[in-house]
Design a protein around this ligand. Structure first.
Ligand code: HAM
Length: 399
């Protein structure tokens, strides 16, 4: 993060705080690294994330630790460890911070990236699904992201998925000679990923593949219909995508992803879904949950460029000696924004630097006395050193 990117990043944080905070979400930050097992079990052993993207290391105590590749498993762990099941449900949490995945870097894809995320834990009401989607939609809109599309699907329960998986494996086996070698090699491990494949042969085969959405239980189909009805009521446009898959195993029922046309190959701005079995999977007691995460760098790439606000410097202290330093310190204690000469410049150089900082006033301390220059009018007058701060404060209030 470079200084010139600070304003845009702050805009993401303040939009998240206002939209999510306004909906009753409270901020949480989990540690940068956790036990590898949390992610291996939470994200799923067969996923790309666990198989090849985690930065894992052993600490001096022989424990395997991993730089967090995602935030949901840690937030669910924190929910259980800190007794949040005793609070009114659902517990609504948001986070913003760095995540790590060993991926090949390209435009919009980094090995260290930031996510802003939200998790609502403790309710399986379809209204929670719809509300989280509404909130991500609001955040994306607030940041001026262009060319946005929302894809929506449902994965049903793990049991439905297991039956469906068998069917899909059988279907892929029957068409083995027409799919790509990568897909063929992973038929048993992760048949669903075949829907993601780019090669024409596999794509053609997948057009005739059975769809999970057609096989949901009556309860899951009803849940999905309830979510859709609420999105319609909230006037959120979406497309149902029966082949939507995401690279994480903990999802059940609702699944969604926002993409932006202005991003290249890495078009996913943010996504998420329901994870009603995750807590149980982690040995933390059955608790339903749903949430999402959005990539901060991608939000910024696809979002509206915001002009950097001008820094406000009330006072520039020209001088590096002890009285000058004392004046700068006094002015800061009084709440002024102060910059001071730090590079031993000539008086002329100091005045140039003062105007570069956009200072409203410049205090000049030399053998002839203490002077205050008004940078707006160019006027300069002498005054007692003890009167400088009061004068600038007065000017500030009348400004
Ligand atoms: P995810 O889809 O893996 O979901 O990541 C969410 C978002 O993070 C992506 O849509 C993308 O914008 C951004 N992202 C992911 N990897 C990278 C990368 N290498 N470089 C830049 N940006 C990236 C999750 O992480 C889930 N935890 C979301 C969730 C929350 N599901 C339920 N609750």
């Amino acid at each position: 993060m470079l200084p010139e990117q600070d304003a845009a990043r702050r805009a993401v944080e303040s939009a998240a705080r206002s939209i999510l905070g306004g909906a009753g979400y409270r901020r949480i930050e989990t540690p940068t690294f956790e036990h590898t097992d949390l992610f291996a079990r939470g994200v799923g052993a067969s996923t790309d994330i666990v198989q090849k993207e985690m930065y894992s290391f052993e600490d001096a105590g022989g424990r395997s630790l991993t730089l967090r590749p995602e935030g949901t498993a840690p937030v669910v762990r924190a929910y259980a460890e800190h007794g949040m099941h005793k609070a009114p449900q659902p517990v609504k949490l948001w986070y913003l911070g760095p995540f790590f995945r060993q991926e090949k870097p390209q435009a919009g894809r980094f090995r260290q990236f930031w996510q802003v995320g939200a998790e609502a834990i403790g309710s399986d009401d379809p209204a929670v699904d719809a509300e989280t989607i509404v909130l991500l939609h609001a955040l994306i809109r607030e940041l001026g992201v262009e060319g946005v599309n929302l894809r929506l699907g449902s994965l049903g329960t793990p049991e439905t998925r297991a039956d469906y998986r068998e069917q899909l494996i059988a279907y892929l086996r029957a068409n083995e000679d027409r799919v790509s070698p990568e897909v063929r090699a992973r038929i048993d491990l992760n048949p669903l990923r075949a829907f993601d494949a780019d090669d024409p042969g596999t794509r053609e085969v997948m057009q005739g593949a059975p769809l999970l959405l057609d096989q949901l239980t009556a309860e899951d189909a009803e849940h999905f219909a309830e979510v859709r009805a609420r999105l319609d009521a909230a006037e959120i446009p979406y497309a149902i995508d029966p082949t939507l898959v995401r690279g994480i195993d903990y999802y059940t029922r609702t699944l969604f992803e926002f993409t932006s046309d202005v991003l290249g190959a890495q078009s996913a701005v943010g996504g998420g879904g329901r994870y009603d079995r995750l807590a149980q999977e982690l040995g933390l007691g059955a608790t339903p949950g749903i949430g999402w995460a959005a990539g901060v760098e991608r939000l910024l790439l696809a979002g509206e460029q915001r002009p950097e606000p001008e820094p406000v410097t009330d006072l520039y202290v020209a001088g590096t000696d002890v009285p000058a330093f004392a004046l700068a310190a006094e002015a800061r204690r009084a709440g002024l924004n102060v910059q001071q000469e730090l590079a031993g410049r000539s008086r002329k150089g100091q005045m140039k630097q003062a105007s570069r900082t956009g200072a409203r006033w410049v205090a000049i301390l030399d053998d002839e006395g203490t002077f205050l220059k008004d940078m707006e009018t160019g006027e300069q007058h002498e005054l007692e050193p003890t009167a400088v701060v009061a004068h600038v404060l007065k000017g500030r209030h009348f400004a």
